[in-house]
Ligand binder design. Structure first.
Ligand code: SAH
Length: 258
């Protein structure tokens, strides 16, 4: 009987995986991987048998019991089975079902966290998800219910929606109905971490226009405080920024606003 390590691969770029994740991947006998993980990760485990268990979108959710069974079977036959998931394994990754399947067969497991798409999108667009004073809370949401209906609300200063890419017009209406102001900022980032990554800016009431840019691409939709660009201070040369602010009688010094 072997053990299973769930590893978060991060979104897109293979080098977003953690050092711990990469080390364990290099020892794997079998790797069960998802559709949204970078094929370049194979180079970290050329010795392993790579099994594609990818499924995209809720249409294929029936495949989950088959994945659970496959995981158990491989763990019974190999010393180290890696379950490689896009982003973080514990964020919209059906991790609970797989943990339950392993527990039912008394198979030991471990979880190595990964960079979730919301965090990678915030980094790629240089938009901190929290903002001092007005961005004090962040929520991660799936736009889709288990039944495939679109649901959205307002639960934090910054709400990030996963799996909403196909229905941005409906998302816009649901956000307005939930009380988001029409002019609240929205940032949509698709295929973050990949060479064709794309980020666009919108308002809640005009989010439908984002659909043409992101059609058919995995996207995260960030709404509220964390979606707005950081106002950049008027370009202050670095050496000036270190000097004290203007002194009376000493002209020529730039004043730096806080
Ligand atoms: N466990 C993953 C999420 C899996 S659910 C994580 O932590 O990121 C799949 C959803 O994640 C997609 O519908 C999309 O909303 C988001 N996603 C995954 N990869 C992405 C990427 N490269 N760029 C933007 N969104 C992504």
């Amino acid at each position: 009987m072997g053990r299973v390590v769930f590893i978060g691969a991060g979104p897109g770029a293979a080098d977003l995986i953690t050092v711990r994740g990469a080390r364990l991947l290099a020892q794997a006998d079998v790797v069960l991987f998802d559709a949204l993980t970078d094929p370049a990760l194979r180079e970290l485990a050329p010795q392993a048998l790579w099994v594609d268990v990818g499924k995209r979108g809720f249409r294929h959710s029936a495949a989950q019991p088959a994945i659970d069974a496959l995981l158990v079977r491989h763990a019974q036959q190999h010393a180290l089975v890696v379950r490689l998931k896009g982003g973080d394994p514990g964020v919209f990754g059906r991790l609970e079902e797989e943990l339950q399947a392993l527990a039912a067969h008394a198979i030991a497991c471990e979880i190595v966290p990964g960079v979730t798409a919301a965090i990678a999108a915030a980094a790629a667009t240089q938009r901190p998800l929290t903002r001092r004073g007005h961005g004090r809370s962040v929520s991660l949401n799936t736009a889709m219910t288990a039944q495939g209906r679109l649901q959205a609300g307002r639960s934090a200063d910054t709400d990030v929606y996963y799996m909403a890419g196909r229905q941005l017009a409906v998302l816009s209406r649901r956000l307005l109905a939930a009380g988001w102001p029409g002019d609240a900022p929205v940032c949509v980032v698709s295929r973050v971490g990949w060479p064709d990554q794309l980020a666009t800016d919108h308002r809640v009431d005009s989010l439908a226009a984002a659909a043409i840019f992101h059609a058919g691409r995995p996207a995260v939709v960030t709404v509220g405080a964390g979606a707005s660009p950081v106002p950049m201070a008027a370009s202050v040369p670095a050496e000036d920024a270190l000097k004290p602010t203007a002194q009376p009688g000493k002209p020529g010094r730039r004043k730096i606003s806080a």
